[in-house]
Write a protein that binds this ligand. Structure first.
Ligand code: CA
Length: 230
């Protein structure tokens, strides 16, 4: 489970990162709001923890930007004590929960577990549909609702298509795909992305879908669904 932490108080950020890693989260921590905003909007995280007061960009605008970019990860805001307006505003901007500083680490962990369960439950029940492709998370299958053709996907192929469908209309870089699907941050492994994109294209062709995974030169890849091209 990939977790993004944006917190500018160094000691707090360090202690939290350590604790969260011990709990099995894969943590990326940023102390600058603008860097945190880019990370939050990337769509590669399963959970996001945002401090409100940050240099560069505040937690509210990071949450809003992430939602506008289509990132669906649950967001927990860390608000200052007694700032009721902050709580309301955070929830309005797309946060799912908040925790008032100072907090007990046990409470933070419990909130994160609840949020990740909620995220997983939504992801599991939801059939992802775009044009003539439908992804069934219960069976890892790809269906063309127009022809009724179905094919079973490998876990990687499923996650590639899911990632594209959850980031509809966006270009995803090879680095984002590698990091999201394999958790890799190593250039030598990037050719895996190409290989699995080729597999995924074959599955799309197999069910007679008109959707295409297009390479966008120098940037990355884009899924074009039939409904978006017509
Ligand atoms: Ca702060």
């Amino acid at each position: 489970m990939k977790l993004l932490l944006v917190e500018d108080e160094r000691r707090m950020a360090q202690a939290l990162s350590e604790l969260l890693r011990q709990e099995g989260y894969e943590v990326d921590a940023f102390s600058d709001g603008s860097e945190g905003a880019l990370a939050a909007a990337s769509g590669i995280y399963d959970l996001i923890v945002l401090d409100v007061m940050l240099p560069g960009q505040d937690g509210f605008s990071i949450a809003r930007g992430a939602r506008q970019a289509g990132a669906s990860a649950p967001i927990l805001m860390l608000t200052a004590k007694g700032e009721v307006e902050d709580k309301v505003r955070g929830l309005d901007e797309g946060a799912d929960d908040y925790l008032t500083k100072p907090f007990l680490t046990q409470e933070l962990l419990a909130r994160l577990r609840a949020l990740s369960r909620r995220g997983a439950a939504t992801a599991l029940s939801e059939m992802l549909v775009c044009g003539d492709i439908a992804l069934d998370p219960a069976t890892f299958s790809l269906e063309n609702p127009l022809t009724g053709e179905t094919v079973r996907l490998s876990e990687k192929e499923y996650r590639i298509l899911e990632y594209f469908l959850r980031n509809r209309g966006r270009i995803l870089t090879r680095e984002q795909l590698a990091e999201r699907i394999w958790g890799l941050d190593c250039e030598a492994e990037y050719n895996k992305v190409e290989v699995y994109l080729t597999f995924t294209r074959k599955k799309l062709a197999f069910v007679g879908s008109c959707a295409e995974i297009k390479a966008v030169r120098g940037i990355g890849y884009e899924l074009r669904c039939s409904e978006e091209r017509s």
